[in-house]
Write a protein that binds this ligand. Structure first.
Ligand SMILES: [Zn+2]
Length: 191
């Protein structure tokens, strides 16, 4: 005879997990619903049109110039998903949308995929992951691919007035990404 307490425990845990997933899905859908300007249907259609695969590919980003760099960065999608899970869901850095996009994707597909245009701020998570030595980058200047651990992370050297940025460069000193800004208030011409 099957020991019923064990069976009850398994059923309870399973139901609990289903409930958590359902609640989280509802939360994400509500989060998406609050997004200004774009409608949920539009976002989901965009996600469906460019589904996430096992490999996410993005351009490096220079936050000081609001422009991409000529480097190409790749992350395993499960690494990004873990990073998103560990961070608080935040509309400002698009983590809710990133999570939804990855979860709706096809991890069996090994072709690189790029985040749809509605995910505008992937560069925040991209910079964090590189500083955590996750992923790899192809430097456009040396045309070489480096593991994140080989890249050089430089914290801003001086606290100058205005915006200060941390840099990630290839071993030959070419810019891969610039981010993590800190603003110093003051006037430049005061002596
Ligand atoms: Zn380089």
């Amino acid at each position: 005879m099957i020991t019923s307490p064990v069976l009850i425990a398994i059923v309870t845990v399973t139901l609990f997990i289903i409930l958590i997933i359902k609640k989280r899905k509802e939360y994400l859908e509500r989060e998406l619903d609050r997004e200004v300007e774009l409608e949920v249907d539009g976002i989901l259609a965009e996600f469906a049109a460019s589904p996430c695969t096992s490999l996410i590919e993005v351009a490096g980003y220079d936050s000081s110039r609001y422009m991409p760099t000529d480097s190409v960065i790749q992350f395993d999608s499960d690494v990004v998903l873990r990073e998103v899970w560990e961070s608080d869901l935040n509309i400002l850095d698009d983590t809710g949308k990133i999570q939804y996009w990855i979860e709706q994707g096809d991890p069996s597909n090994k072709t690189p995929s790029s985040p749809p245009a509605t995910i505008e701020r992937f560069h925040h998570i991209s910079f964090s992951l590189l500083t955590e030595k996750q992923g790899r980058a192809r430097c456009g200047a040396c045309n070489q691919t480096y593991e994140a651990a080989e890249l050089v992370y430089t914290k801003f050297k001086s606290l100058s007035i205005g915006w200060n940025y941390d840099c990630i460069e290839c071993p030959n000193g070419h810019l891969i990404s610039r981010g993590n800004r800190l603003h110093i208030y003051g006037t430049r011409d005061s002596e």
